[in-house]
Design a protein around this ligand. Structure first.
Ligand code: NAP
Length: 514
């Protein structure tokens, strides 16, 4: 066999193999979960291509103060790699990143990783039935491509008049400038999403002043965080089923949120009351501020945020919440739409990510030579959120309509990984060399997902959220119980695909390679 698989001895800086069976793009939870699955199936002919100089994806990049997960740790980890040592019910970023590193070591993934190997383009070559993948470290060919790039990788910067004239410091929450001391500064924060609510309370005490530019107030519910006791950790270590039980408890609790978000609208009043009471408790004496911070849409329409210190931080004497919007940025200030000029030293964008216009779509070229971004001009669409018509042998983890507003994304990743593994198993058995989902299957699948979305809080909750694309279609969320999604991808449903048989030449190559 002329191909060179990633050797288990090679370090992350080793040259790229010429050809692999599977190229995984990204080493976040998706890429790592996929790689473990491949190894479990005895597949060693693969490589993980990572843009940065270490593994981890969004949990490597987001190092802002206070960064932590808002899904409890027992559930925000791989089912096959429980961590009995979580220190808190909601793990912090350093702990999650350390967990990812442990997964890499425990399952021996390091030799398959190639860092600083950003996929700049990948093109399907029908004649060879291979993807040609380009990276700054060279190119390789792959029979299958798994995009594990995720929707939260490319920071989104606001388009503000005059921003380029600002003479102070500017950065995004996902590119935190730890070399920049915020102590005693006049800070402007733009955005009130899951990231901002975590870093605002951490930087407010050190700032001379903090002005928060809020476009939409989020619903903020109490954060039931606590340290995990030594006794609990002892139990989890000695009696692993106790941690599995804890995980099941978290899973079922989070799944129950779907009842109110989707199935039983009458239940939506309860989280609203909890949110209002939390606001009142957090800011007891300032009615005007409470009014600014009270959402006018249903709980769940945007991601529900949990925090015990965000709202009190906004009630501090050095904090101000501006809701009129930003008119312009000047060299040392921001002018709001009421004409008030706010002098600032640093602007921090907590403005989220390119979710419905992901950069990877600009880099993948399918069978007819079209970019995925062109194919998705009318909106993102995939079959089972994983495979894409006209893009043979491509799998996308956390693809369209597989994101979640209520539970752990790692559960969804594991569901998709099972589907990919089943497809690859069938390919190994010689059932096909290439596949692409039938147009009718894609259409029916997406029609059904959109039907399920009707009447849910995510489409009709009265807000504008990043779950929706520019055309007002929700192309990001799976709108139902996660076990229903898992059932949909329980097996690779070959009958929904157009497949290309394995050529004789390929069979001979495989036989030689074995
Ligand atoms: P986000 O939820 O997209 O929030 C962006 C914020 O910026 C919103 O408040 C948005 O306002 C505001 N914004 C955007 N453009 C603006 C502009 N031009 N002018 C004024 N405001 C503007 O982003 P994020 O907070 O980084 O969170 C993204 C996602 O990352 C989360 O939803 C979650 O899935 C994930 N995350 C998870 C955790 C976790 O604990 N697991 C933590 C952090 C992030 P509007 O609301 O009006 O659009």
């Amino acid at each position: 066999m002329s191909t060179t698989a990633a050797s288990p001895q090679s370090p992350t800086a080793a040259p790229l193999p010429d050809e692999v069976r599977v190229a995984i793009v990204g080493s976040g939870f998706s890429g790592l979960g996929m790689a473990v699955g491949l190894l479990e199936d005895g597949e060693r002919n693969f490589v993980i291509l990572e843009t940065a100089d270490d593994i981890g994806g969004t949990w490597r990049d987001n190092v802002y103060p206070g960064c932590a997960c808002d899904v409890p740790s027992h559930m925000y980890s791989f089912s096959f790699a429980p961590n009995p040592d979580w220190s808190r019910s909601f793990a912090t970023q350093p702990e999650i990143w350390a967990y990812q590193q442990k997964v890499v070591e425990r399952f021996g993934l390091r030799p398959y990783v190639r860092t600083r190997a950003e996929v700049t383009s990948a093109t399907w070559h029908e004649d060879e039935q291979r993807w040609h993948v380009e990276t700054p470290r060279g190119s390789l060919r792959a029979q299958f491509l798994v995009a594990g790039t995720g929707p939260l990788c490319e920071p989104k910067y606001p388009d503000l008049p005059g921003l380029d004239t600002f003479e102070g410091t500017v950065f995004h929450s996902a590119r935190w400038r730890h070399d920049h001391d915020l102590t005693g500064e006049r800070i402007a924060v733009i955005g009130t999403g899951a990231s901002a609510i975590q870093f605002v309370p951490k930087i407010q005490p050190q700032a001379q002043s903090l002005v928060l530019f809020q476009r939409t107030p989020p619903w903020v519910l109490p954060r039931p965080d606590r340290p995990i006791t030594r006794f609990e950790r002892f139990l989890f270590r000695r009696l692993p089923f106790t941690q599995r039980l804890a995980r099941l408890g978290v899973y079922l609790t989070r799944e129950s949120f779907v009842l109110s978000f989707n199935h039983v609208g009458a239940l939506r009043g309860l989280p609203r009351q909890v949110g209002l009471a939390h606001l009142k408790r957090s800011i007891p004496h300032d009615e005007a501020l409470r009014a600014k911070l009270t959402p006018d849409y249903q709980v769940g329409c945007k991601r529900v945020l949990i925090s015990n210190d965000y709202l009190p931080a906004l009630g501090a004497p050095n904090a101000d919440v501006v809701t009129s919007g930003i008119r312009e940025v000047r060299p040392h200030s921001i002018v709001d739409h009421d004409g008030v000029e706010h002098e600032v030293d640093t602007i921090i964008h907590g403005t989220g990510f390119h979710v419905t216009d992901q950069p990877i779509a600009e880099r993948l070229r399918g069978a007819d030579g079209r970019l995925l971004a062109e194919h998705w001009q009318q909106g993102m669409e995939a079959y089972r959120g994983t495979t894409i018509e006209g893009f043979p042998n491509l799998f996308m983890l956390v693809g369209p309509n597989t994101g979640l507003g209520h539970n752990s994304i790692i559960y969804m990743i594991e569901s998709q990984v099972r589907y990919v593994r089943d497809a690859l198993r069938r390919a190994r058995q010689g059932r096909f060399a290439a596949f692409t989902p039938k147009p009718a299957a894609v259409q029916a699948d997406n029609d059904e997902v959109q039907r399920r979305l009707q009447g849910t809080v995510w489409t009709e909750g009265g807000c504008a959220s990043w779950y929706m694309d520019a055309r007002g279609r929700n192309t990001t969320l799976w709108p139902d119980f996660t076990f229903l999604y898992r059932r949909r991808v329980a097996r690779f449903d070959e009958e929904q695909y157009e497949t290309t048989p394995v050529r004789r030449r390929e069979i001979e190559r495989e036989t030689v390679g074995v």
